[in-house]
Write a protein that binds this ligand. Structure first.
Ligand SMILES: [Zn+2]
Length: 282
């Protein structure tokens, strides 16, 4: 923009009068593209995530996912590719994934994978790098329809795209670096080496309430763009709450429920329903 402005100043008076409004117009157009973005408004990924290299997080994730699949296979709990529920999950994922790229350019290089684990646990996750797993419990016990599955999948994919795991690790690294620096300043010796091993708990990572709300909103937009009714977020959480009256579902232990959750989803429906309705009418 600075170069363009200086070149306009070199022009004659009449041209400058023409050029300035053009620049104003271009500026307005550039600004309006972000104002006019359809869908939910959640801002950029957290700056804390930059404290930890994405490649490292994704590599840990791939290793842990492979290990989990191996353990499931040993217990004969890994669904074969012909399993009807796995085919259904992969079909839904195939519709959502093309909409992931606009949230995170790294997703273009992810080797997306969806697997189904035989377990009564009400659980599902998407690890950094696009490694997704559903437990049969969440499908069977909650009797999820396709729209509700898409909301769960969208939510989990949103955690990966928004790099919530990397953000948590970044915050942990910041705290450790801070503690280490403080220790050195106080002359208490080296603590160091604490920033190396924060990838250990990717499978059971607990997200903050902000992360959860973020994943709910980004997830419902992903589902809506893929042609799934985002109103299913309401019935999903009603089912989840009902299931919670017995034993708390595993999913809820890593995904805290909140009385405002359904309210937030309902409040954001007007932002994503038009996206869904457009797909449905085309
Ligand atoms: Zn979540």
């Amino acid at each position: 923009m600075a170069i363009a402005l200086s070149s306009s100043l070199a022009l004659g008076r009449r041209n400058r009068l023409v050029c300035l409004p053009l620049f104003l117009l271009l500026g307005l157009l550039a600004g309006s593209s972000s104002w006019a973005r359809e869908g939910v408004d959640v801002g950029k990924n957290s700056a804390f995530s930059h404290l930890v290299p994405a490649e490292g997080v994704e590599r840990s994730s791939l290793e842990q996912y492979a290990q989990m699949l191996e353990q499931a296979a040993e217990k004969k709990a890994l669904a074969s590719k012909d399993h009807p529920q796995l085919r259904r999950l992969r079909e839904i994922a195939n519709k959502i994934i093309p909409h992931a790229l606009s949230w995170n350019p790294r997703a273009a290089n992810w080797q997306w994978e969806v697997n189904l684990i035989g377990s009564k646990q009400i659980n599902a996750f998407c690890m950094p790098g696009g490694k997704i797993a559903f437990y049969t419990g969440i499908l069977d016990q909650l009797k999820l329809n396709d729209d509700e599955v898409a909301m769960v999948m969208g939510h989990e994919i949103a955690h990966a795209l928004r790099e919530h795991a990397r953000e948590r690790m970044g915050k942990s690294a910041a705290t450790n670096i801070g503690a280490s620096l403080l220790t050195q300043l106080l002359g208490l010796g080296q603590v160091g080496q604490t920033v190396t091993n924060y990838g250990a708990q990717l499978l059971t990572l607990q997200f903050s309430r902000d992360n959860e709300s973020d994943a709910d909103l980004v997830g419902m937009e992903l589902a809506a763009r893929a042609g799934y009714d985002p109103r299913a977020g309401v019935s999903l959480w009603q089912k989840m709450s009902a299931a919670n009256k017995g034993a708390p579902p595993q999913w809820l232990s890593t995904h805290p429920s909140g009385s405002t959750r359904i309210g937030d989803i309902e409040a954001n429906l007007p932002k994503v329903l038009p996206l869904y309705e457009r797909i449905k009418t085309n």
